[in-house]
Design a protein around this ligand. Structure first.
Ligand SMILES: O=C(CO)COP(=O)(O)O
Length: 256
């Protein structure tokens, strides 16, 4: 048996898998079997983001140590919103989490900072936990606007989250690192995470800044996860492509 050690930090490491629009019943069954066999470090919270149509199926086959997230939802409970799903429905099929504000939602589906905040507020009011994503494009980074963009995206979330920070994880995902194989270096990621945490001291509260977990996302693999996980302000990952592969187990176990 593998030995797991307890990470000596107040912020529990949290690793999300974002499957995006991938998988079918067969491959999903394989992935869940792999994750069930793990073994996964019990000191790490693991959340897998599933295409909405498979939420109930995955919920029916996952072991207790894996939590399930939707990848998006709408901002009200029910009604004439063809094609959308609500936080109430996510909760109804037994899932506890939703990923909101992913850069693909922001860029392809034109979701604004304000809309993302409205979705976050409603999801939290329904009782879900939220992974809220932020991150700059390559153009914005090269223009020296990384922090400005990240703070601008986070600002409307502050009011939306209110007293519910204990049910929120922030995911810093530089758009230029997503699906490109170009990971932010540990130093680049740590710099933004630390700046965001520092910004939260005055814009949320010192207690929130200290407690909130900030995931890094963007081309995380088993090969780079350990070095990223060693950074003091990186409290987990949001993993795309590699979350569909057996190496996700190693990414979950990166802090061992
Ligand atoms: O967008 C991501 C996770 O939400 C990151 O995707 P990749 O890990 O495939 O770069």
């Amino acid at each position: 048996m593998r030995k797991f050690k307890t990470r000596n930090m107040g912020r529990k490491f949290v690793v999300g898998g974002n499957w995006k629009m991938n998988g079918d019943k067969n491959t999903i069954h394989e992935i869940i079997t792999t994750l069930s066999n793990g073994p996964l470090d019990p000191n790490v919270e693991v959340v897998i983001g599933i295409p909405a149509i498979y939420l109930a199926y995955v919920q029916s086959i996952v072991p207790d140590n894996l939590k399930v997230a939707a990848q998006n939802c709408w901002k009200v409970e029910k009604g004439a919103f063809t094609g959308e799903i609500s936080p109430a429905m996510i909760k109804d099929v037994g899932s506890e989490w939703v990923i909101l504000g992913h850069s693909e939602r922001r860029t392809i589906f034109k979701e604004t900072d304000e809309l993302v905040a409205e979705k976050v507020a409603h999801a939290l009011a329904t009782g879900l936990k939220v992974i809220a994503c932020i991150g700059e494009t390559l153009e914005e980074r090269e223009a020296g606007k990384t922090e400005e963009v990240v703070f601008r995206q986070t600002l409307p979330l502050i009011a939306a989250i209110g007293d519910n920070w204990d049910r929120v994880v922030l995911a810093y995902e530089p758009v230029w690192a997503i699906g490109t194989g170009k990971t932010a270096s540990p130093a680049q990621a740590q710099e933004v995470h630390a700046a965001l945490r520092n910004w939260l001291v005055s814009n949320a509260s010192p207690a929130v800044a200290e407690a909130v977990r900030i995931q890094y996302g963007g081309s995380v693999t088993a090969a780079n996860a350990k070095e990223l996980a060693a950074c003091p302000d990186i409290d987990g990952f949001l993993v795309g492509g590699a979350s569909l592969k057996p190496e996700f187990v190693d990414i979950v176990n990166a802090t061992m």
